[in-house]
Design a protein around this ligand. Sequence first.
Ligand SMILES: *Cc1c(COP(=O)(O)O)cnc(C)c1O
Length: 412
Amino acid sequence: MTRDDCLARDAADPLAPLRGQFDLPPGVIYLDGNSLGARPRAALARAQNVIAREWGIDLIKSWNTAGWFELPRRLGDRLAPLIGAAAGEVVVTDSTSVNLFKALAGALHVQAAHAERKVIVTERSNFPTDIYMAQGLSGWLERGYQVRLVDRVEDIADAVGPDTAVLMLTHVNYRTGYQHDMAALSALARERGAVTVWDLAHSAGAVPVALARDGADFAVGCTYKYLNGGPGAPAFIWVPRRHQAQFVQPLSGWWGHAAPFDMAPHFAPCDGIGRALCGTQPIVSLAMVECGLDVFAQTDMAAIRAKSLALTSLFIDLVETRCAGHPLELVTPREPARRGSQVSFTHPHGFAVMQALIGRGVIGDYREPAIMRFGFTPLYTSFADVWDAVAILKDILDREDYDVAARRGVVT
Ligand SMILES: *Cc1c(COP(=O)(O)O)cnc(C)c1O
């Protein structure tokens, strides 16, 4: 494999033209789209339009004339095909943390008839906010709910038993990039009487997801990672039609009401996915989500997955061959089916090495313990980017050109 081989792969890549729809600064190889997606070029004009025309000129009329009130549902319908959901089952709203709270509360409510089911099972290696939200909700309810943390994937089956209300899993692990078998684990939970809540933060727009086909019960996910919705862009929540009538969540704000402008003094949830909404949404941020979805509408998840696996496999091969002899250890599964769209390597000086990479324009990130994380986003990452990133990594390691005393910012 040479750099010319990589250029040849780029020339043959059907997704290569989509890179032109993103604005990336020159000299940067951006391998952090799993944390904050790059900016779709169209986002600037869209923001200009929302701020100058919809807000500036049309003012409050825009709730009707610009479709602001419908935006969470409309975006949900556009996002649904990416996750194997139907129209009318997804809304884009609130943060992933808040949507987890609502999905978990709704899942516990669906299980409320089974008084003996008091446990939410999840993984210790889950993203902390998922665990924290489960702990917060179960403590607040004061009905004896507990959170059970599982240490190994092989132990999940044993942890889901007659006391289990909910199995809450993140489909692709944020640290290792390990991808769960959604169909098998959803089936296992169902056989044992538990319902599943899936977090798709590192899956939506990264790997094909088939929520309905795989028998999932509820799901949430992020739009500012692989979906390129912008920093802090609203997240999404999926409640399939078969659960919507029983889905009750405690953040019963007026946007989830059957007739919000009746201004009635009692809450009555609307039919359908709207009951997952709470209150007024950040319209400027929400509008940006559509610019990311517009790019996905020009391709499909099968093409994205094929290129994602090609990129991650190439990166693993090149690091292992060209940086052999350095203490790098792959923590991402080699088996393609078990891999998301990121590759993580540990290095004893992982933080310092990542800082050196960032200093030379290769932007990945660092997660405790000792993990250098590289996200691969097929919409705008090229095979030549992979080659160049590994060449820079090799140079940094060969020359030990990193500062082990590198200072940490608030965000790593
Ligand atoms: C990124 C991520 C989140 C983020 O939650 P916020 O509410 O947006 O801060 C939650 N869960 C997982 C698994 C994530 O990867």
